[in-house]
Ligand binder design. Structure first.
Ligand SMILES: *Cc1c(COP(=O)(O)O)cnc(C)c1O
Length: 380
């Protein structure tokens, strides 16, 4: 299995995709077939994800964001309805709620897992709360037992944002099985890619039928292409993307284990440095799928300076992730802003380092050496 996409020579990149001749050949086949949409690769890719995650149904969509939007639409929310979610996430998870005129209610995160803290959820539940939209951030599964208990007690739906967590497990069960619906994403910086793309998974037949229609312009199941039952969207995935996705899934085990190996090597090297905290991997309950390699810098370290030094040493890094409620556009929305100190302090100290399939050990060593020198020089 050999990467055919060129890695940049001038720097160690953050998260390039892993493309082989399999993907190249499959896309060529699609192009030569002339069937560029709603073809057999789409069906096969959906089946490969459903089989891997262990759900009855999977629905390919044009992006993770599209998948989250369509999923929240199925909840049938009314203006003023509330959905509990994490402020420490990529903006899509909260935006999907805003698109439906509902109100995202943020609940602060757990400083160890960086996921929504289940202990803080109950006090945020009101009469208007209809659902919880937890995010398995950086591929680390949520505390499913506690969230499920609350969802049952208050009759709330769960939509998982699993966009960063294909292959992660909680008590041996893959993420994607914890809610009514779950969404994966396949942008090039995720574990597997289709270019742009995403996948909704569910075990519920009604949700499946509804979503199939919603993402295909609200078409009914009469088979009439120009008959639209409801207001829908064009969130379909094209056949070239599906072909790439299917080929990526053929090597999913290799991709996940290669990323994990790289992450564990990072952790081993950085373990002794008490200015650089790395994220949890496995214990008996939680198993991470390594989408990104994030470190939390000690309060005494200037992150911007650290990044500037890394950049000089030709290493890409990013301040993943800013808290959603502090984003500039949020000032105008202010749906449920407030202070979320754990999310905010995590956002201020977190740094993503290069992590990708087949990353060379020598490059990991180079990043670590550079980072350790950088934090020494970037002390405030
Ligand atoms: C990537 C990502 C998304 C959105 O996926 P797109 O395919 O880029 O639309 C949503 N939520 C999280 C947490 C993500 O990381």
């Amino acid at each position: 299995m050999k990467r055919i996409n060129k890695l940049p020579q001038e720097l160690i990149p953050l998260s390039p995709p892993f493309i082989t001749t399999d993907e190249e050949k499959a896309v060529q086949k699609v192009l030569r077939s002339g069937i560029l949409g709603l073809g057999k690769y789409l069906e096969a890719f959906e089946k490969s994800i459903a089989d891997f995650v262990g759900t009855k149904y999977a629905i390919a969509v044009s992006s993770g964001t599209a998948g989250l939007h369509a999923s929240v639409v199925t909840l049938g929310l009314k203006p003023g309805d509330e959905v509990i979610t994490s402020p420490f996430s990529f903006v899509s998870s909260a935006n999907a709620i805003l698109y439906c005129q509902a109100k995202p209610v943020f609940v602060d995160i757990d400083p160890e897992t960086l996921n929504i803290n289940p202990e803080n959820i109950e006090s945020a539940i009101t009469k208007s709360t209809k659902a919880i939209l937890p995010v398995h951030i950086f591929g680390y599964p949520i505390n499913y037992a506690k969230i499920k208990k609350l969802a049952e007690k208050y009759k709330l739906k769960i939509v998982e944002d699993a966009c960063e967590s294909l292959g992660a497990t909680y008590k041996g069960k893959k993420v994607g099985n914890f809610g009514n619906l779950a969404v994966f994403a396949f942008y090039p910086n995720k574990q597997i890619t289709t270019g742009e793309g995403g996948m909704i998974v569910t075990n519920n037949k009604e949700d499946y039928t509804l979503l199939k229609s919603l993402i295909n312009q609200g078409r009914g199941d009469s088979g009439q292409w120009l008959s639209h039952d409801k207001l829908g969207f064009n969130y379909r995935m094209d056949e070239m993307s599906a072909a790439v996705g299917l080929m990526q899934m053929k090597k999913i085990k290799y991709i996940l284990s290669s990323r994990k190996k790289a992450a564990l090597y990072y952790k081993r090297i950085l373990k002794k440095n008490n200015l650089i905290k790395t994220l949890r991997d496995d214990d008996t309950v939680y198993s991470r799928s390594w989408q990104a390699f994030i470190v939390l810098l000690d309060k005494s370290i200037d992150r911007n300076k650290t990044m500037a030094i890394l950049k000089k040493n030709k290493i890409q890094s990013k301040p993943y992730l800013p808290s959603i409620h502090l984003q500039p556009y949020w000032k105008k929305i202010n749906a449920s802003a407030g202070r979320f100190p754990v999310s905010e302090s995590t956002s201020a100290s977190s740094l993503a380092l290069p992590l990708y399939t087949d990353m060379k050990q020598s490059d990991i060593e180079k990043v670590c050496l550079s980072l350790e020198k950088a934090v020494e020089r970037a002390r405030r």
